[in-house]
Design a protein around this ligand. Sequence first.
Ligand SMILES: [Zn+2]
Length: 239
Amino acid sequence: MIVDEILVLKEIKYKENDKILHALSKTRGKIQLLSKGCKKNNSHLINASQLFAYSKCSMVKSKDMYIITSAELIDSFYNLKNNIDAFFYGNYILELINYVAQENECDYRIFDMTVAVLSWFSVTTKDFEKLTAAYELKLISMLGYKPNLKRCLSCGKEIKSDSEFSIKEGGLFCHKCVNYGRGINVSYGEILTMERILKSKLENIGSVEVNTKLLQLIRNFLFYYIGKNDFTTLKLLKI
Ligand SMILES: [Zn+2]
């Protein structure tokens, strides 16, 4: 018997009463689970087998899938469904992590952060863009592509003023070295904001000012390194 915490990223109808769930697990990376009979009204698995459900599951392994034997719901982030912004941004987070997460490759920090951002979305009525950007920047850093914001990538001088941010090189170039790293002009304030996001917990992001340019820069940075930019849920957010 295996026990793990899981977050449901996708549900697929299977047979009459079952579902196959794609989930992020805390210690096993992305997994697929068979939830037997969960579509019956009296099923003890009904709540844990919904999109966004965060639960503690007991399961057994069968070939390349897990079969849920029991589940204890920790949070369903119910309020996500009452706020259209929260719902769309929440769906984007699921789509993003579903793409990024790999089987048998786990990082509990990514799991905890994903649960934390959904938890914030379900209690707040604002800051969705900012929280999402913070999630994106922290995520790409946890995946090993943390941008170098301290020193010029070319001469090594400490960055203390406006610079050039190169997505491709993953960091900054000072004014003297600007020809080596063609990128996007960023003010020193914007650089400090990115540092602050990386150091702050999600619950403290509300006090950080993040402008539209920075939101876009962070997203472009993430998309460049994960190699995907056509998330279905983002198209819905642009309407
Ligand atoms: Zn330099």
